[in-house]
Ligand binder design. Structure first.
Ligand code: MN
Ligand code: MN
Length: 465
């Protein structure tokens, strides 16, 4: 890299500096295009884990823990994968942890209602959303309907050209005078996030039409669902249907320097960790390299597939039993080094006042290390050890990979948590490390093309050690 560091002062280096040649820029754009394709097709945790499983299977991973490249998933919503290294498990593994779930609108268990000449799907939002961002925009439905006979029906409606989309109607400005004076937190109610899914009665000739139906529009929607997916209204009770922003991710800007799309928190880290795991070189004396992709992070990491579950522990136990039965798994855990791979907030051009500039993440300056998270005096944070942070910046500096530090907002302005504390609970070294986003948790989050590439490089360097 061309920039010479002053011997005394420290300034982070732009990740664009490493993309200044035509060849390098072409590689970085090709990676960004693959990331865009991934984002466009993986909009739920299940779709993301299925994609990861496919990629890992192509790379030779199997579910047999006696082999050297292993993967295991639980309920199709979280996944652990590991590549055996040349050094023994006594030195722990190098682990990258990310999450595959994103904020969205989940259909309720009895979702379908008919009122005021439209059929709607009632939702209960999942994770931290700004409710107004989900109004008056095209939505797609992704999900599974689990049937009594043990089979499941998958559905994705609203992504293919020619598919219908869905939407939540917003209040017209003419009649929003009272709402406009309300606080944002009170103006938009969760119970009004109802997705429009139909409007017309069935044809008179329809075979299953009930002429006396009290809700003829709803009856038509149910008829179509039955024809196309073989499901009945009761089946929706055991369904997981998510309303997500419709349409593909896109390059943003005349220079195509940014990527806009839904679910980048935290699928950008899933993608980068997967790229790193499948492309890392097996180095002499290298430790085993592992990734874990969890679910439920956006609602507190509880649940069987979330980071507070025993899933990682069971996988590590099975791995140790297969590869090094004489070593206690507690030792493997305590010597493991981990990156909690999650996004952070980029310095916002329009709201710089919520950031403390010197410690804020900058878009395009590479992955961000957050030594701590939490709020109100680091509450709820597992702080990383200074020694581990020093080791990591040394590793990246040696390879000329850009990185920066990040603190999520000014002191006492807000805050947030990641899965780092669940890893720290095992005694391992762990630090948060991921790219910065603008519009985080919105239906159209923004990342930097240069950061995608720098994050893959950083994760690969970390795994290789
Ligand atoms: Mn996240
Ligand atoms: Mn999040």
């Amino acid at each position: 890299m061309s920039t010479k560091k002053s011997p005394l002062t420290y300034e982070p280096v732009s990740a664009w500096e490493g993309c200044s040649t035509t060849t390098r820029r072409r590689q970085v754009n090709a990676l960004a295009q693959r990331y865009i394709d991934f984002l466009s097709s993986c909009k739920t945790e299940r779709e993301t884990i299925a994609y990861v499983q496919k990629r890992l299977a192509e790379a030779g991973f199997s579910e047999d823990f006696r082999k050297a490249s292993v993967m295991r998933s639980l309920h199709g919503k979280c996944l652990f994968a590991v590549r055996k290294g040349r050094s023994t498990l006594a030195s722990g593994v190098r682990l990258i942890a990310a999450h595959a779930d994103s904020p969205r609108l989940d259909f309720k268990q009895r979702p379908i209602i008919e009122q005021s000449e439209v059929v709607q799907g009632k939702t209960h939002y999942y994770g931290g959303i700004r409710k107004y961002q989900w109004l008056a925009r095209p939505l797609a439905l992704h999900g599974v309907v689990a049937l009594e006979n043990g089979k499941s029906v998958s559905l994705v409606i609203g992504e293919k050209p020619g598919d219908p989309v869905f939407t939540i109607a917003d209040l017209l400005p003419h009649l929003a005078q009272k709402q406009s004076a309300q606080k944002v937190s009170e103006a938009f109610e969760g119970e009004k996030l109802n997705v429009v899914i139909g409007h017309s009665p069935a044809l008179a000739s329809a075979s299953k039409k009930d002429p006396d139906a009290k809700s003829p529009l709803k009856a038509h929607v149910l008829q179509l669902l039955n024809e196309q997916y073989g499901i009945r209204e009761e089946d929706l009770v055991s369904a997981e249907i998510q309303a997500v922003p419709a349409g593909p991710a896109r390059f943003v800007g005349l220079d195509k320097g940014l990527i806009g799309g839904y679910g980048q928190d935290d699928r950008i880290c899933v993608f980068a960790a997967l790229e790193a795991l499948t492309s890392a070189r097996a180095v002499a004396n290298g430790q085993s390299m592992a990734v874990i992709f969890w679910d439920k992070e956006e609602i507190g990491s509880d649940g069987a597939t979330g980071a507070s579950s025993r899933f990682l522990q069971y996988c590590m136990e099975d791995m140790t039993r297969a590869w090094a039965p004489a070593i206690p798994v507690s030792q493997v855990f305590m010597r493991t080094k981990a990156l909690s791979a999650d996004v952070t907030a980029a310095l916002d051009p329009d709201f710089p006042e919520v950031h403390e500039k010197q410690n804020a993440a900058r878009l395009g300056f590479g992955p961000c290390f957050a030594k701590f998270g939490g709020s109100r005096g680091k509450y709820g944070s597992s702080e990383a050890e200074a020694e581990f942070f020093a080791e990591l910046r040394g590793l990246l500096n040696k390879k000329n990979i850009p990185w920066q530090v990040a603190e999520l907002g000014k002191v006492d302005v807000g805050g947030g948590g990641t899965v780092a504390l669940f890893l720290a609970a095992y005694g391992m070294d762990v630090i948060d490390c991921g790219p910065a986003l603008l519009s985080m948790h919105s239906p159209f989050e923004l990342s930097s093309v240069a950061d995608v590439s720098a994050t893959v490089d950083a994760y690969r360097a970390f795994l290789e050690g």
